[in-house]
Design a protein around this ligand. Sequence first.
Ligand SMILES: Nc1ncnc2c1ncn2[C@@H]1O[C@H](COP(=O)(O)OP(=O)(O)OP(=O)(O)O)[C@@H](O)[C@H]1O
Ligand SMILES: [Mg+2]
Length: 604
Amino acid sequence: MPLDSGTKLGPYEISVPLGAGGMGEVYRALDTRHDRAVAVKVLRQDVSTLVGVERFLREIRIAAQLTHPHILPLIDSGEAGGVLFYVMPYIEGETLRNRLLREGELPVSEIIRILHQITDALAYAHAHGVVHRDLKPENVLLSDRHALLADFGVAKALSDLSRSGLTATTNLVTAIGSTVGTPTYMAPEQVGGNMVDQRADLYGVGVVAYEMIGGRLPFQATSAQQMMAAHLTQAPDPITKWRPAISVRLANAVMKCLEKKAADRWQSAADLLAEIEVAGTEIKTAAPVETPNELTDHRFTLSERICRKLNRATLDPRVIGDHLSYVDNQVRSDVLVFFLPGLGLDHADFESILQRLRYRGVSPTLYGCEPERCGRISLSLADHVVILRELLKDVKERFHAETVVIVGYSMGADMGFELLLGSADEPTPRIDAFLSLECNLSLDTCFVSRLLAGIDPAHPELSIAKLRGLGDSAASLDEWLNVEEYLVKVLRKFQGDIGVLQRAAADIVRLFSETPGFEVFARWFCGARERVRALRVVFSSDPRTRAALARLKLDNLDKGILGGEFPGDMITVSKNVDHFKLMATEHVVRQVDELVTEARAVSD
Ligand SMILES: Nc1ncnc2c1ncn2[C@@H]1O[C@H](COP(=O)(O)OP(=O)(O)OP(=O)(O)O)[C@@H](O)[C@H]1O
Ligand SMILES: [Mg+2]
């Protein structure tokens, strides 16, 4: 029963209703003793009866000990005619709920401010042994630049009640539960009715943050039951899906709040607060000094299941149970970028890109090309592709990637095409975008591969003669310097154990020798165009590449081998960029960003 204006609850004279929640109504009132405006929350009659004066006052008393600039203080509490009420300062402003309803997503600086303030309030409350348990935008009051957390202690009184299993009142508890403890912000352990601690509040902060950043909840559900099930079992979409421009740090901080297991979340509000502070400083700094993503090394086991897919005729049994090395930049994102290095290179060449990337980035090193490996076992190009496909499947699933981008450099780009095209019995998982950085075009562009293919590991002296010959075949001084640099790097790393390089190089050369002209490239290009939403085939402005491209254009003019007019929007030349500069961090990061946007625009 709503209270009429003028009703007196002790010294508080009700004036107008301010709003209602699941437990009761909030009124604006006059504190007659001090002649000031206050807000009085009056619990529903049935809730009051159920909670009981004693329990209510006990919990409220604990909450009343909290004094913090971002906790709405408790002025008074009491009971009048069987109805429980408590009194707080009247806040001129609005709830975070209203703000979200009006604006959807909030500006980042404001999100940081609100998160900082409510997490600070929680850190304080937790340090005093009080868990809020009912974090939601309705309980965050905004007044100027201040966020105030309301309703401490009330949820505790109610949750004690629902756990005490009062069967006669089950219906009522359920009725209250469905409105008071709206499951939208509940941590999985709360849904499950388990014991909760401060980490449940951090889950709530995660949901509120997700809503402020993404303008939507982590889970969509049409009923309370569905929502509860989602908290227990469904993985939330990474927040970057809805707001890709958000800083990696902030995104990761929020997603960590939403971990299902409390042990995987931030362990204390103080820890989360420290992270939000850093995220805030990053945003304030004019030139974004981004903290590089942390790269971790991993091993992907070449299990028997995988080895069965390799060419049995040439399979070396030492491969079974061995591993493929890869690095992971650990960014929480639903975009996965899979980087394929050039022949003889390894993930180290993608390091600075992986550190800067705002998406999940994984880069394998081809089997046998790891810097530290002793006794390298060589595999055919096709087998390398099979292994890469298995790794891609694995990480795509594990990281819940929705958009997959492949970036291949040099022979890594050749392998990227082979991976994309797949084989009849081993389909490749869906790939949304492909960035090829200087794949081979024709036998002519494979000149370094040709050199490596021609080296006989059993007679390395031959190779020196061949290396000398390379100087003559270089099309320009720059090319010669670059190739020398590459070979010095690779040959030093492999220390004469170059069978791995020789075999993969020979396979590429064979591919291009078997079919004349641009047939291989045309097959790759047309196949890739059919399969991905966004495709970019980028070449350097090295003279050899430019010459090959010029011939490709003529060939396409005569025979339309690329499936129609020359696709100048997809096949591009980077001006004043040589083969190695194609890997410049800025260059790659920008192109990946563009491809992701393009792929998403197509899918929407
Ligand atoms: N101290 C206050 N000053 C001004 N307005 C307030 C104050 N406290 C609450 N309100 C207003 O009253 C409304 C209802 O608050 P109430 O706490 O009853 O609802 P709720 O938080 O949605 O639900 P619950 O009962 O689960 O807490 C709020 O949305 C807000 O607009
Ligand atoms: Mg409330």
